[in-house]
Design a protein. Structure first.
Length: 107
């Protein structure tokens, strides 16, 4: 009985603490937010480009991660030669399915 409770507490702790090292506050059960890496919001005076490209990776329960969320892949997907802005969008459902999308704009 006590061993099962200990295992349950350990599993719940793993779920709660997945991804807690990020710079933005995440929800315990659900998160969906964007964060600038380099954008007009950072005071650089950059203007978003006319083209947009995205790349994505998915992480399952912190054990398996697949995909390519690199800036270069996002630029390739948007046929962008000159990158102007970069943002990241994070989505997490109870730490079970975690998605990171890189969004670039440029020309």
């Amino acid at each position: 009985m006590f061993k099962k409770i200990g295992i349950l507490i350990s599993l719940l702790s793993c779920i709660v603490f997945i991804g807690c090292a990020g710079p933005y506050t995440q929800g315990m059960f659900f998160s969906d937010y964007r964060a600038p890496a380099c954008s007009p919001d950072d005071g650089s005076g950059l203007k978003p480009g006319s083209k947009t490209g995205k790349s994505q990776m998915i992480n399952y329960v912190g054990f398996v991660a697949i995909g390519d969320a690199s800036i270069q892949e996002a630029a390739n997907n948007g046929d962008i030669k000159t990158i102007k802005t970069v943002e990241y969008q994070y989505n997490s459902i109870m730490g079970i399915i975690n998605t990171t999308t890189t969004i670039v704009t440029g020309e």
